[in-house]
Design a protein around this ligand. Sequence first.
Ligand code: ADP
Ligand code: MG
Length: 393
Amino acid sequence: MSNGTIDPLREIFHEVFGSSPQPEVYRAPGRVNLIGEHTDYNGGLVLPIAIDLDTRVCIRTTGEDSVRLYSTNLDESGLIELGKLHDRQDKWTDYVQGLLVELDRKGAELDGFDLLVDSEVPVGGGLSSSAALEVGVMGALTDVFGLELDDFEVINSCRKAENDFVGASTGIMDQYISYFGRGGTALLLNTSSLNYQAVDLNIGNHVLVVIDTTVSHTHGANQYNKRREECEEALEMINAEFGPGHLDSLSGLKVYQLEDLEKVLPGTLYDRTYHVVTENERVVDAADFLSIGETEEVGKLFYASHDSLRDRYKVSAPELDFLVDFALNFPIPGARMTGGGFGGSTIHLVPEEQLDEYVDGATRAFEEEFDVTPRSFVVQASDGAKARPTLSR
Ligand code: ADP
Ligand code: MG
């Protein structure tokens, strides 16, 4: 990365926190999940890529007993007193404070620092600015304080900061891919074993376009938690029917077993289970087709995933459905909602030569329908923070 990128950031850092010494600059990327939605908290499979949009973290130790923070995206400062680590502040700085709580639990002794965050990942747009923030800050802290954490301690501490301190119950995928992602590949991640397989992203003359609806429906968080509960309930009912300990997670089921469950589960829970089980199968197929360059087949799986999320799992939104319908009618090989749903982003497999026409058309149609301008990004599979932790070295 050229100094052209770092220097303006360091200038802002000096304006906010005062001059010298020079801060170090770390990075972690956002992500897009190609397929495998709502499977991560069900012990299932996901297929994310780290994208070429980074959260950059500038840090300088101060030796004081407090932490000063600033976010360029929100133009908002914050302060964390190291003596009051457990007092949540209900603002963005909780993501950083949650990490400090986790490090404190591990016995790490940190003193004060100044920290600036600057994110290319849209904040709250479903591309995981939250994990990019956690993983970027964690990389910064482990390096400047010389902490020795293994890969899974890094990822799990980030997840715990978000789950336990911030209070957002998310699976492990976001932190995992922001850390382990590799250029040109997707990771087929088994969220139960935490093993992954790198999958070459052979999409030929197609590009991956993310269209962010910029819409976020307020009932989304409740519904997300409700889906998690529904899956737990379905699992309990299956175990009650077939004997305790029969299944660790819904992802232990195979598609051929679904038929037997129709009699055991109420309709809603059957639909949720049906989505999880078939989605896992779609992830495996998509990984196979991606690696051999069968883009049309990958695209069909994208559409099938969207249908299942809309009809069986019921986490889509009119804005997401509209963009996927646009894709079907254009037509392009595939599109689907990505992320938790109820707003957020969609991903589209677009032939390169139709890129401008497609994005312009989708943008105009969306504006006409919803009176909102969506944001589009062409994304490339990029290195995570483990492969490339810093901008300055
Ligand atoms: P997503 O991860 O999809 O972007 P989330 O709701 O999970 O959406 O995370 C967004 C939250 O993360 C923001 O509301 C904010 O609290 C925090 N956050 C992420 N990036 C930044 C940033 N650059 N500056 C300040 N806060 C950030
Ligand atoms: Mg997030």
